[in-house]
Design a protein. Sequence first.
Length: 383
Amino acid sequence: MYITHLSLTNFRNYAHLELDISPQHVVIHGNNAQGKTNLLEAIHIISTTKSLRATNEREIINWSALEKETPIARIFANVQRENGEIKIEVATRYNCSGPITKRIRVNDIPHRASEVVGQVNVVMFAAQDIALIAGPPSIRRRYLNLINSQTDRHYLHSLQQYTRVLTQRNSLLRMIRENNANPNQLEFWDGELAKHGSYITLRRYQAIGKINKPAQEIYHKLNSNDENLEIVYIPSLKQANHTLRQLQAASLENELQEAVQQSREREIAAGTTLVGPHRDTLRFMVNGIDMGTYGSRGQQRTVVIALKLAEAEYVRAEMGEHPIVLLDDVFSELDAKHRNQLLELTLQLRQVIITTAEPSAISKSFLSQSTQFKITQGIIEQL
């Protein structure tokens, strides 16, 4: 799949933009703080309906538009898929006297966010993705949720149900701790937690299993050495490893429910659920060394790049077509050899949109095969 047109209104530093995009490789360059990352963020929102950067939806609305009574940030895109064109619109409305509201349309028909996720597949690398290696486990869980939600609608449903169950169960645990509820009330929520949690755990394990091999191969190509990358999925349910290897969903559900029940006294004392996929994590090992603890920044960056390109291959295998790949400032901190190796790998992908502050870092031969744009203060011109 590939995006053919992007329209922005009052989004970040773009008051208005109409941009036709090449179906293959695109290079966007400009100085820092001109709007390169904002452009890729908009494309990513079309895929997930949410911003990876904003802590508050208000942040994505152009500051000058906030002076209006009801400012709206609008993203609209035409995307070509194997089975035809799809049009997606995400409009975020800010009201000073009320909550922020979001309107999502697919081919002019209103949709819920959960119905849109997965219709346009996007894989994005951004500088902050190094936190996938060295940051807290919550970032790695968010990554696992993102890749699985795009490729498996049932996973997204299970995740939504699991989050609801977790909230209710934690509230009940606190009430029991304060002698305001009966511990027997946990039985129903234990079952629901195990049902949805076991599916989430199993799908995460399967996804990482499929991503591991291409990530290892890509890492080898980027480094041209004998270092071996392994991505290890670590469920909070320790006894689940054997069951996961056997891919036994029913057994995993039973084991999770049993583990939750065995942890009941500790959970009541803590007032929170201690076992389940909300406590899973990943480790990135190179020759048996944990990159989160001992990896250099350069190693961590290379691992994340390998992970993202392997993710693109995983999405292609699962969905039957290449995702749109967004590489934001990917060449920063890479030497010429690594840059050229990365560019060679991107030639195997369908549509790749690359941003850089240093176009000289990209080989002339690659640039000659790409559509080039320059951004200056939110104004884009094709070169």
